[in-house]
Design a binder for this molecule. Structure first.
Ligand code: FES
Ligand SMILES: [Fe+2]
Length: 372
């Protein structure tokens, strides 16, 4: 583990706190620490319908460009699992394309594994001492499902990770009544954006609505900005946007006792630490995964899942491309500003930047648990 030059903490009171120092966003040993201690939290890996049935395997890379961990999602009679795709012999990828079948066979020297990763056989290994041993099985990672989405976590050696239920629970309780089982991924609506900015800058911009009237002239017309609300969870946040008069909102009444019952909701914007967003619109869901690429470049993967196609293109989730470009320009400008030798730590707008403050608190706690 690389040692940081220095540490930072974020005051728990948003009204007193200062934002992180600029070196958090610059190349240096802190970036390896972010990879090791932050990105090992829960990550969206793949979609359940893409795993071949009734038994088979789907290769999936965990955070290409940063963790780049080669994994396999397997489906057997016992259910879904996540195992390493690096063969325990010399590391060849066991599988490079989705396939049906009941076993895995490494193409390099023919080692076989069960769909649970258990070693089965290895040609030519007669005479090898103490063989096979438990480390000849493919390593397993946790795999969790919510809706059609599969999640895994590499683990955070500094601690601070949360269990899956704590992570996803606030989403599930708030919008679990929606017909996610009918949500269909629409590949033609997928987007891959690349930004010249640190992934944390992208996340912190997402977590505040203060900038909306300034940089999103189109979006602001669809929202009732005065009622914009925030909620904080142990490992995430929710921003709640009400529709402006005459703009698209969830039509059928929300379930009885729902926190937003009786309100015209345009969108729920969930962010889950560290880099996952789930934006729920009347037409469906837009998932965003913010992927560090190194050298202060960041990719953002957008995937759309539609359960009410007749509502596409309307309301707050109508023109996502324009809003995205406006956000990216802001993030890139901040990255340039943070190179300034004259910039010191900033302050938070206490009513509007609680989400950004919460993110920074979680970042500091994961990076420097001893001082936070
Ligand atoms: S690397 Fe897989 S069998 Fe040799
Ligand atoms: Fe924005």
């Amino acid at each position: 583990m690389s040692a940081p030059d220095t540490q930072f903490a974020i005051h728990p009171d948003v009204a007193q706190a200062s934002t992180p120092p600029a070196w958090l966003y610059r190349p240096g040993p802190i970036q390896a620490r972010i990879r090791d201690r932050v990105l090992g939290g829960w990550q969206w890996l793949a979609d359940e319908p893409d795993v071949p049935a009734p038994t088979g395997v789907l290769p999936a890379t965990l955070l290409p460009g940063s963790l780049a961990e080669p994994l396999l999602v397997t489906r057997s009679n016992e259910g879904l699992r996540c195992v390493s795709n690096a063969c325990t012999h010399r590391g060849h990828l066991v599988c490079s394309a989705p396939a049906r079948g009941a076993q895995l066979r490494c193409p390099y020297h023919g080692r076989r594994f069960g769909l649970d990763g258990a070693f089965l056989s290895a040609p030519g290994f007669e005479g090898a001492a103490s063989f096979p041993a438990p480390e000849d099985d493919l390593a397993q990672l946790p795999l969790a499902q919510w809706g059609p989405w599969l999640f895994t976590a590499l683990g955070t050696p500094g601690g601070g990770g949360v269990d899956f239920e704590t992570w996803i629970g606030p989403v599930s309780r708030r919008v679990g009544f929606l017909p996610f089982e009918r949500a269909v991924r629409r590949p033609e609506r997928s987007r891959r954006w690349t930004v010249d900015g640190h992934f944390a800058l992208y996340v912190e911009n997402y977590l505040e609505g203060l900038h909306i009237p300034f940089i999103h002239p189109g979006l602001v017309r669809t929202l009732d900005f005065g009622s914009y609300g925030h909620e904080l969870f142990p490992s995430g946040t929710l921003q709640i946007a009400e529709a402006a008069e005459g703009e698209l909102a969830f039509e059928s009444p929300l379930p009885e006792g729902h926190p937003e019952a009786g309100r015209a909701i345009a969108a729920w914007y969930f962010w889950l630490f560290p880099n996952f967003m789930l934006n729920v619109y009347p037409w469906g869901v837009s998932l965003n995964r913010v992927r560090p690429l190194g050298d202060n470049r960041t990719a953002i993967d957008f995937e759309s899942y539609v359960f009410a196609p007749e509502l596409l293109g309307r309301g707050a989730g109508g023109d996502l491309d324009a809003v995205e470009r406006e956000d990216e320009l802001a993030v890139e400008s901040v990255q340039r500003g943070l190179r300034a030798s004259l910039w010191r730590r900033g302050r938070y707008a206490p009513e509007h930047e609680v989400g950004t403050h919460h993110f920074h608190r979680l970042l500091a706690q994961h990076l420097f648990p001893e001082s936070s």
